[in-house]
Design a protein around this ligand. Structure first.
Ligand SMILES: [Fe+2]
Length: 182
């Protein structure tokens, strides 16, 4: 990945990362916690990059002053993954594109999952279409990146701890360079 591309990603987080992600924490804190959780769980580098960057679509919305999609679904998972496709392989972008679908899958299949979601995430589940039907679940599971998307979703759901100390964004830049397209 060119220096300009890395810089454009870093500057998105530098400019808009201090905006709120959920009720309590910032976009940047959420991204860093998700990456730290993925790393702690021994995820491969592509999936750690996905965890770090999975909500970059929200930063584009903030840049356009739309705010997180609690009221209308702006498909942040699609805008983010489409932007990142120019720089990263599918092993990074596919789980990002599917992380909302993974929530809808887990909501349909895991007892207590919805109740354990943050208030903001419960609200967005509704505008995102709610729990998957049985046939939507089967279709989701048939996709190549479904297992990665489910792992990403679990880090996403847990990366919302107030004032947790985690490695800074700059510490992930070498990993981003490593997994980026030649
Ligand atoms: Fe997220």
């Amino acid at each position: 990945m060119s220096t300009a591309s890395i810089e454009s990603i870093v500057s998105m987080y530098a400019s808009w990362g201090s905006e709120k992600y959920d009720e309590e924490i910032t976009q940047l804190a959420h991204a860093l916690q998700c990456a730290a959780l993925a790393s702690r769980d021994g995820a491969r580098n592509e999936l750690i990059a996905a965890a770090l960057l999975h909500d970059i679509g929200h930063l584009f919305e903030i840049e356009r002053k739309n705010g997180p999609d609690h009221h209308i679904d702006l498909r942040h998972e699609r805008t983010g993954s489409e932007f990142l496709q120019a720089f990263f392989p599918k092993s990074v972008t596919a789980p990002i594109a599917m992380h909302v679908e993974a929530k809808r899958y887990l909501a349909a299949n895991e007892p207590g999952y919805v109740e354990a979601l943050s208030h903001g995430s419960q609200q967005s589940l509704e505008v995102q279409g709610g729990p998957f039907t049985a046939s939507e679940c089967a279709e989701f599971l048939g996709l190549e990146a479904s297992a990665d998307a489910i792992n990403l979703r679990r880090w996403d759901d847990h990366g919302k701890v107030i004032d947790l100390m985690v490695p800074e964004f700059d510490s992930w830049i070498p990993l981003l360079r490593e997994v980026a397209n030649g």
